[in-house]
Design a protein around this ligand. Structure first.
Ligand code: ADP
Length: 464
């Protein structure tokens, strides 16, 4: 009995040791520089969001093209009427079904996993694997056309879009293994004329050179982006220091204008009071711009701290309306919807977000007299809309307005005061830091709706 107990204990401790070793190994592998996203810090500069959007479209189009090819070479029996590089032989309906199932898997897999995958590198590998799958499905569905083999080169060129040299080599590896296997196991799938025993060897130098070429391309692109990012970082650091240095004397001047205002008031000196009003107006404008500049540079340098607490959207709206009241030029601001909803956020930053949206709504609707804030709460999120009835934003500007320092074409109008194009970038940063998103809908000449979504805390969830 003792022996069995000892044996069990030894087994349990050996198992625990093996488990902890395995865990360490998986963590080590997952964090290995060859498997992590080497471009994570450049994702924005490399326009990964746009690249991913393009990839989705490319994949959908591949799926459609494949279905068309299969239909042409099965149901319509195109190769009988017109033997061509898109159809060398009629494909059996069962073969067509298998091709379509594999094609659907290659189309849907990237779509299904995109949001779930945290490491973007893994997603790039999946995209490469799916595109290669399409290469072979095109070759097969065309009855082994040589021309369809060219698709592989397009894939190798396409994946360099992500400026990650490893994806090219990954594609090269699977291409070589798959091609070698298929040319042994099913050569007539690859070539309409049948066996081509040396094809993997002959393909090798071409694919190898192509992969070297894409590696150089990726590294060059990465180098340029990293140099540009370093320059931007230095620029931001300079702007952060400069705006900080500017802010201090401006605040002091503002203090003295307050003293002067009180003095002129006591002396009932109306002329000097009018002058000091003008000085203060301009001073407030400069202080506002310097504050925005400081905010934008700090946000870009990741130096802004957020202190989150439960806050009601109504109180945020009230505070923001009070802040813009001074320059609202007779606009009335109506708040409607689920006013009492509580969000978890940094009060000052969320007020700043609303102030920016409201002041734009007022600034860009010189001929209108109202702005509407609509609060729409759901179970797990709240969407706040700020609607104006002003000049609107041209469609071509709409996806650029959240970029830093972007100023729209509307800025050229005489009835609209100028800005520096920082407000909406700051808004996007604030929303992003609250795990939300912001977007715009606008019709030129009719008005604009800026909407932002904030997730709501789950019941019992701490606000931090
Ligand atoms: P700024 O207003 O200082 O130029 P923003 O970042 O706040 O900077 O806005 C960027 C651009 O978006 C503006 O130059 C303007 O063309 C456009 N814009 C922003 N809000 C509105 C709005 N409510 N209506 C029309 N255009 C707007």
């Amino acid at each position: 009995m003792r022996l069995i107990n000892e044996l069990r204990q030894n087994l349990a401790s050996a198992l625990a040791e093996w488990k902890s070793g395995w865990n360490k190994l998986t963590v080590h592998i997952a964090h290995h520089p060859l498997l992590t996203d080497i471009n994570a810090q450049y994702a924005e500069s490399m326009h990964y969001v746009q690249a991913d959007r393009l990839t989705f479209n490319v994949i959908w189009l591949h799926g459609l093209a494949l279905i068309g090819l299969v239909l042409a070479n099965t149901y319509f029996q195109a190769p009988i009427v017109l033997p061509s590089p898109i159809g060398w032989r009629v494909i059996l309906p069962e073969e067509g079904m298998v091709v379509i199932i594999l094609g659907l898997a290659a189309t849907l897999l990237p779509l299904m996993v995109y949001r779930r995958i945290k490491n973007h590198f893994l997603w790039r590998l999946i995209v490469a694997a799916c595109l290669i799958t399409f290469s072979y499905l095109f070759v097969f569905a065309s009855g082994g056309a040589i021309e369809m083999h060219f698709h592989i080169f397009i894939v190798l060129a396409y994946v360099s879009l992500y400026a990650d040299w490893r994806v090219g080599w990954f594609a090269f590896g699977i291409l070589f293994v798959l091609h070698s296997l298929l040319s042994i196991l099913a050569p007539s799938w690859l070539y309409f004329y049948g066996r081509n025993d040396l094809s993997p060897l002959v393909h090798l130098p071409f694919l190898f050179l192509m992969t070297i070429f894409t590696t150089v391309l990726c590294q060059n692109y990465r180098g340029s982006v990293s140099a540009l990012d370093a320059a931007k970082h230095r620029n931001d650091e300079f702007l952060a220091i400069a705006s900080h240095e500017l802010k201090t004397p401006l605040t002091t001047i503002k203090g003295y204008t307050d003293v002067l205002r009180r003095k002129y008031k006591r002396q009932s000196d109306a002329t000097s009071l009018a002058y000091i009003d003008k000085v203060e107006d301009q001073l407030d404008r400069i202080i506002g711009l310097v504050r925005d500049l400081l905010d934008i540079t700090r946000a870009r340098l990741g130096q802004v701290e957020y202190r989150k607490e439960p806050v009601s959207v109504e109180s945020l709206a009230e505070e923001a309306i009070n802040a813009v009241d001074a320059f609202s030029h007779g606009h009335s601001i109506e708040v409607r919807g689920d006013k009492r909803v509580l969000v978890c956020g940094d009060r000052a930053r969320l007020v700043q977000l609303l102030v920016n949206l409201l002041s734009n709504a007022i600034k860009y609707s010189p001929k209108a007299d109202r702005v509407v804030i609509d609060i729409k709460a759901a179970r797990d999120k709240v969407v706040v809309e700020v609607q104006d009835f002003g000049i609107g934003i041209p469609l071509t500007d709409q996806d650029k307005i959240f970029e830093p320092y972007f100023r729209g074409r509307t800025q050229q109008r005489e009835d609209v005061p100028g800005g520096l194009g920082m407000g909406l970038y700051i808004c996007r940063e604030i929303v992003k830091r609250h795990n939300g998103r912001i977007w715009v809908e606008s019709t030129l000449g009719r008005g604009t709706v800026f909407s932002f979504l904030l997730p709501l805390p789950r019941p019992g969830e701490e606000c931090q």
